[in-house]
Design a protein around this ligand. Sequence first.
Ligand SMILES: C[S@@+](CC[C@H](N)C(=O)[O-])C[C@H]1O[C@@H](n2cnc3c(N)ncnc32)[C@H](O)[C@@H]1O
Length: 241
Amino acid sequence: MTLSPAHDVEHGRRVASMFGRIAGFYDFLNHALSLGLDIVWRKRLVAGIEMDREREGCVLDLAAGTLDVALEIARRHPRTRIVAADFTLPMLRRGQAKIKPDDAGRIFPVQADGLALPLPDASMDAATIAFGIRNIRPRQAAYAEMLRVLKPGARFCILEFGTGKRRIWGGAYNFYLTKVLPGFGRLVSGDAAAYRYLADTIRAFPDEDALAGELTRAGFTAVSHTPLASGIVFVHRAVRP
Ligand SMILES: C[S@@+](CC[C@H](N)C(=O)[O-])C[C@H]1O[C@@H](n2cnc3c(N)ncnc32)[C@H](O)[C@@H]1O
């Protein structure tokens, strides 16, 4: 279904308002609901950019949220600067409090929409997005913006849930996704809609091959993916030609 630009703008507003409401619970619920696996998944995402440890580059983390990916990039690449872009200020504020004084001069949280990044053309050496692409509409516009800001040859890595339609672990994961997760999320955050939204968007998300097709049609090359936790999530990798 193709929605009008007005729907996309309204969708963005609703997403930003929802993450603004749950920002205070986000980290706790992330770790609790994934049983801590999200920490390992973000490490796998950052390993996917395959940058030299000593390189003095600039990496974009889009939909940076509370900065866990940005902090992992900083840990793994001690000489790199990181632009951590997200349009929800309360999420970035939570993240900012986690930046160590030594890293304060090289992690830059920026309130920005992934559809209109305040970055020059061909300025980024790599880019990541964790659990963010699912929320952005239209995805094609986000890919185009990513291609614009990446340098030729730079990698773009996505960490995202696989489609929730496939049965995983004999259906136990699917039960967890539709029943346990929204209930637990509601209990802790008091926000039923936010955690129903999470389950709904995972179920509606394209599978890994469809996502690879989108990235290729958008203009990326060397598109590949790796399943983690039996395909609950995937790391997708692509290169800006
Ligand atoms: C599920 S959180 C992921 C946060 C973080 N990457 C992580 O791994 O925990 C999704 C984030 O995407 C952000 N987001 C959604 N659409 C966006 C857009 N169009 N531009 C910028 N940020 C966006 C939300 O504000 C939210 O912080």
